[in-house]
Each structure stands twice: as C-alpha cells, then as structure tokens.
Design a protein around this ligand. Structure first.
Ligand SMILES: C[S@@+](CC[C@H](N)C(=O)[O-])C[C@H]1O[C@@H](n2cnc3c(N)ncnc32)[C@H](O)[C@@H]1O
Length: 261
C-alpha cells in the first residue's frame, strides 16, 4: 500500500470517513476533513485572527496541546519549528484522527490519551501550553487552570474559551463591603453561566464565562495576560514564582495554619 503522504484523494477520503465525524477541518492530501463545519473553515479561520500573537519561531521549544482534537494547533506549532509537541485529549477517536493527520503531514508529533485533570502525571513542563476550546466543556474549569499552572506551564499559555455576556471587563476591587452589592448587577463584573442541561445541543457545555470572568480566572490561576488578539483568545505568561498563584497561596496558608494548630 502507498504511504499515507502518497495516498490519492479518493483513498484519503476513505480513510477520513473511517474515523467518523471530524470537528476540526484539516486539509489532508487535498481533502477537507470537516467541510461542513458550522463555524466555516474551523479552526483555520479562528487561527487567522490571532496567529500573529504567537512566536513565529518555536525552534527548540516544547509544546503541550491540551484538548488537541485532530491536531490542528499541534501541526501549526510543529510548522513553527517546535522540537517537541505533545497533543493530549481524552477522546481516543479524535486522537486517531490526529495521528493520521500528522502521518499525512509527515511530522513527528506525539498524541496521548489524557484528561486535563491528569496533566500532573506528565511530570514535565512545556514552553507553550495550548488550552483552546476546552474550559467550557469542564465541570471544574478553575481546577483545570490551577493544575495546568501548577504542573505543566513553564512560560506561555495560549487560551480560548467560548464567552457569553458582556465583552467589557470592569476593574475589580481587592475587596467589597458585605452590604455593597450593586457591582453584581453590572454586566462587566466577572460572571460564569452554568449550563445545567445543554447549550447548542451539547450536554458537555458546562460553564460559559463572560470576558471579565475569563480574565479574572486566568489571573487567579497565576497567569498574566500579555495579549488579547481577539475576543475569546488570550496569550498568557506564567506569573513569576515570587507572585504565587491563588491555589499555591491557599495551599501554603492551609499548611501553615495546620502547623500552627
Ligand atoms: C471544542 S473542541 C476544541 C478542540 C481544539 N482545541 C480547538 O480549539 O479547535 C474540545 C476538545 O476538548 C476535548 N476535551 C474535553 N474535555 C476534556 C478533558 N477533560 N481532557 C482533555 N480533553 C478534553 C474534546 O475531546 C475535544 O477534542
């Protein structure tokens, strides 16, 4: 049999179909994997809006793509010269698509089945963590951000979430009086909408933040936002160690108070 890079479009189409429905539209040997995506040529159209905000040259860098799906961002980062790219997703069907896509592109990318909640088992930190389009699929979004910050993020994180509500973000005060409540009625106060059943027909949509809430959660998990190239996308930098995350501080304080008691 031909190698996958030399497959005809007809053979490629057959293989693509064997993997079931694709979420990401990739072009493999001239064949599109999800030409009917409801967001258009996704995620290529999305990427076009923020590609400039990432380093052009990733030579020598390591990348972890969490919720990698069919590997669109993993492939893009490999194209920018990353020496090591690891894509993880908890869905084995998407990982099979990603492995096939990497094979067609003739690039060496590792894809592994892993939930974001288990990133601590990797025992490795990455120069760039990609966490795109996953947060709102989680019942425990802040835990995921804390775990990423704690265990795998060394320098940069590319982040995206679906957002709803106000696109403005108010300046949040360090504290509020118990009787002060008017800010809760402001649309630009950090808020996350809980989806008990489904949103857009999808029961895996759990929490949808407004922009202020996205920014507040990223800050609270120990990330500084260094670029906001489009509404849903944030480029973050791991905050310096002397400025510990809220999780680290809470853990340290709990331990200190246990020791003191
Ligand atoms: C909306 S898709 C986004 C895919 C890709 N990151 C993008 O932006 O195009 C969400 C992906 O996250 C994966 N996912 C959802 N929950 C996850 C979890 N707990 N751990 C790892 N991956 C998860 C899904 O399998 C799916 O591939």
């Amino acid at each position: 049999m031909d190698t996958v890079t030399a497959m005809s479009p007809a053979e490629t189409q057959e293989r693509i179909d064997e993997f079931g429905a694709w979420f990401q539209n990739l072009e493999l040997n001239g064949v599109q994997t999800a030409p009917q995506h409801f967001l258009g040529d996704y995620p290529a159209v999305k990427f076009a809006g923020f590609a400039h905000a990432l380093p052009d040259d990733l030579t020598g860098k390591s990348v972890l793509d969490i919720g990698c799906n069919a590997g669109f961002y993993s492939l893009e980062m490999k194209r920018r010269g990353a020496s090591r790219v690891l894509g993880v997703d908890f869905d084995e069907r998407y990982l099979a698509q990603a492995r096939f896509a990497a094979e067609v592109h003739g690039v060496d990318i590792e894809f592994r089945q892993l939930s974001v909640y288990d990133v601590g088992t990797l025992g490795e930190k990455f120069d760039l963590v990609i966490f795109m389009g996953v947060l709102y699929h989680l019942r425990h979004p802040l835990l995921a951000l804390d775990l990423i910050r704690e265990h795998v993020a060394k320098d940069l994180m590319l982040f995206q979430s679906m957002q709803r509500g106000s696109e403005d973000a108010m300046q949040v005060e360090a504290d509020y009086d118990f009787w002060q409540t008017e800010m809760f009625a402001r649309p630009d106060f950090p808020v996350m909408y809980f989806i008990e059943h489904k949103y857009a027909g999808d029961p895996t949509n759990w929490w949808i933040p407004n922009r202020a809430c996205t920014e507040a959660m990223l800050r609270s998990s120990g990330f500084d936002i260094i670029a906001h190239p489009e509404n849903e996308v944030f480029v973050c930098k791991v905050r310096a160690a002397d400025n510990e995350s809220d999780l680290t501080r809470a853990t340290r304080q709990a331990k200190e108070s246990l020791r003191a008691s």
